[in-house]
Design a protein around this ligand. Sequence first.
Ligand SMILES: O=C([O-])CC(=O)C(=O)O
Length: 166
Amino acid sequence: MSAESTPTTGSADFATCDLYDADESLQSLSLQLLNLGGRARFTGPIRTIRCHRDNGLVKELLNSPGDGAVLVVDGSGSLDSALIGDMIAASAIENGWAGVVIHGVIRDREQLAEMDLGVRALGSNPRKSVKDGAGEVDVPVQFGGVSFVPGATLWSDADGVLVSNV
Ligand SMILES: O=C([O-])CC(=O)C(=O)O
């Protein structure tokens, strides 16, 4: 299977191992983000947010049309407050987002595990974030040795996360 022949949105049938074998230039995330959503395999074009313990922008963006995109949130790796929970995840599903990859934590872990959304994060914390809206949308972000550029494609499954180069 090649990356070119793989559907690029939604919960398509692919294997990240096969994609990597077909194209070793793909970026692979070594950071072991947990698979916490009910959709374990997801892919789509990347949108991004950079924020720190403030999920105002995350809530706003996931409440707008996702068109099959994956939102990558660089929460600077903070374990101190959740960047999404079940309400924000529900609005992401309603708005057609494929998934959310978070360098940070979530809450409502049991509920997210049952929801049809890809969710990867460092873990969970019941403490919520503030909603002042501080941060940046659709800027390139980096973590775990991977550069996440808006418009690049992300694939996530049980084995890990791959990102195309743009
Ligand atoms: O509102 C938040 O900050 C997170 C949350 O609990 C939810 O999405 O349900």
